[in-house]
Ligand binder design. Structure first.
Ligand SMILES: CC(C)(COP(=O)(O)OP(=O)(O)OC[C@H]1O[C@@H](n2cnc3c(N)ncnc32)[C@H](O)[C@@H]1OP(=O)(O)O)[C@@H](O)C(=O)NCCC(=O)NCCS
Length: 181
């Protein structure tokens, strides 16, 4: 017989799966920027919402990068951005810098608070992988202040180095992506 704990776990997994099936992940076009900004900007620092809007516009428009959005019941609940070449921190050693120059860079990832821990960000991180593979790039690197363990534990990113930016310590991580051939 199944224990109550196992039943609860299965019921939670079913809810999560059915929620994720109702989510729609898509690559944004410029026309998607306004609704995305309207729905997501409440989780941004009010002093920097203009920077966020500018970023959404650039990632939806330029061919070297992508803005991925997730909609649920008519609203945008999450975004991720990725670019095929981003300036590599110059305080890394030369070998690491060369490796990262051959990789895409994940430059933004956010899920609205009430939709977290349901697998939404995992869909976006997998989409980063698909996008990177389709461009023949060797891997993905990210810089994060707080989520290094999460990238390592859930997505097998490897920690490369710590960097200091205005008294804040950040972690640089990378994941190699196998080529499609
Ligand atoms: C970090 C963030 C994107 C995660 O989004 P999410 O949709 O909750 O992530 P997922 O549900 O796909 O998480 C995958 C796994 O990590 C776990 N997880 C999620 N957030 C976590 C956290 N803060 N700490 C530890 N584990 C976490 C989930 O429970 C899940 O575990 P499981 O596979 O065993 O069920 C979201 O919390 C967020 O937007 N935070 C603010 C912005 C941010 O920190 N972005 C990342 C910047 S680099």
């Amino acid at each position: 017989m199944m224990s109550i704990a196992v039943k609860e776990q299965l019921s939670w997994m079913n809810c999560k799966t059915s929620f994720l099936h109702s989510c729609n992940l898509f690559e944004a076009l410029p026309a998607d920027v306004d609704p995305a900004f309207r729905d997501l900007n409440r989780d941004m620092d009010p002093d920097f919402v203009h920077v966020f809007l500018d970023k959404l516009e650039r990632y939806a428009r330029k061919p070297d990068r992508a803005l991925f959005l997730i909609s649920y019941q008519g609203s945008i609940i999450a975004f991720a951005t990725i670019i095929d070449t981003s300036p590599v921190p110059d305080d890394l050693d030369e070998q690491l810098r060369l490796e990262l120059q051959a990789c895409a860079c994940g430059t933004g990832l956010m899920v609205l608070p009430e939709f977290r821990k349901k697998g939404v960000a995992s869909l976006l991180v997998k989409e980063w992988t698909r996008w990177t593979q389709s461009r023949g790039l060797r891997g993905i690197w990210v810089v994060t202040r707080l989520m290094a363990e999460w990238y390592q534990g859930h997505f097998s990113y490897l920690q490369l180095a710590h960097i200091h930016r205005r008294d804040v310590v950040k972690t640089v991580l990378v994941k190699k992506i196998p080529s499609l051939q």
